[in-house]
Design a protein. Structure first.
Length: 302
């Protein structure tokens, strides 16, 4: 398993939060470089098991030679289906480290990074049909505006969407450099920050990251044994809000805590362990700048 592939974020905090039982069954929804998985395996005895999901075929190179691990090369949104397929009804803990691995950012031809030229791809699962280029060519102006505004918090999302729709009639943008050149007239503020926000929005949309997260969260209550824990690391405010709301109330809508006239049903399936999210220490953020926006939330099956 490769530390260079991806440095595991909030490593100790996450493993401690899972309260790993040596003979338990655990799921790593986002295997990646296998950093968190290695930590779980170190605490399991010969009867323990780890099921590792990752839709990115590159992650397979990091699977350890260990008969306690089962690798599932699919999106974690299908977690229940594949656990049932392997005759697993409930597990002792689930971990999801969301976002993109360092490896994906560092390989130019995957199209995730503004630092390299390469195809406008951005698919984590390269079996799926829609690339970033296809999305940019086919989405309506309103869909593009919503995507850039919601997922990238791009300040001039409306102008950007209109510009892309106008330009795509005559200009081609099959590569990252072509797309960056196309965006040059509408970039506001720091170009690198602006492009990073645009690319983040595209990546989230191409991979339906919010939809996959919702699907996974809704399956949790049926997959966790009583007392089992789930730990989710997010890197985006929307992801964090979805996790927070689901852990608290079993739905994704915001609720008004301070309104005395609104009665809320208490969600009894999960008990929130982290009242506030756990964030990296200053030392970790300095050592691994990509960890800065990470937030860990933990819940326990009631």
């Amino acid at each position: 398993m490769s530390e260079q592939y991806h440095i595991p974020v909030l490593y100790k905090e996450t493993l401690d939060a899972l309260q790993i039982q040596p003979d338990g069954i655990y799921v790593d929804c986002t295997f990646g470089g296998g950093g968190h998985s290695r930590g779980i395996l170190e605490q399991l005895n010969e009867n323990g098991r780890l099921i590792a999901f990752d839709q990115d075929p590159d992650a397979k190179q990091n699977i350890p030679d260990d008969n306690r691990i089962l690798f599932v090369p699919h999106n974690f949104r299908h977690i229940q289906r594949f656990l049932r397929l392997h005759k697993i009804a409930a597990v002792n803990g689930i971990l999801a480290d969301l976002g993109v691995s360092s490896h994906q950012f560092d390989v130019g031809d995957r199209g995730f990074s503004i630092r390299f030229d390469g195809p406008l791809d951005m698919r984590m699962d390269q079996q799926q049909p829609e690339t970033a280029e296809h999305l940019l060519q086919s989405n309506t102006e309103q869909e593009l505006q919503n995507m850039f505004s919601q997922y990238g918090e791009v300040t001039n999302a409306k102008t950007l969407a209109r510009h892309i729709v106008q330009q795509r009639k005559q200009a081609t943008f099959k590569t990252i450099n072509e797309f960056k050149a196309l965006l040059a007239p509408v970039i506001k503020g720091n170009p690198n920050k602006y492009l990073a926000q645009v690319f983040q929005a595209l990546r989230i949309a191409v991979n339906d990251e919010m939809g996959a997260l919702k699907d996974m969260l809704q399956q949790l209550p049926n997959l966790l044994q009583p007392g089992a824990r789930v730990a989710v690391i997010t890197f985006h405010s929307i992801e964090d809000r979805l996790v927070k709301n689901f852990f608290r109330q079993g739905s994704f809508e915001e609720i008004e805590d301070n309104n005395p006239f609104v009665q809320h049903e208490k969600f009894k399936d999960l008990k929130v362990i982290t009242k506030k999210p756990v964030v990296p220490t200053d030392a970790e953020a300095k050592q691994n700048p990509r960890s800065r926006s990470a937030k860990l939330r933990v819940a326990e099956k009631a």
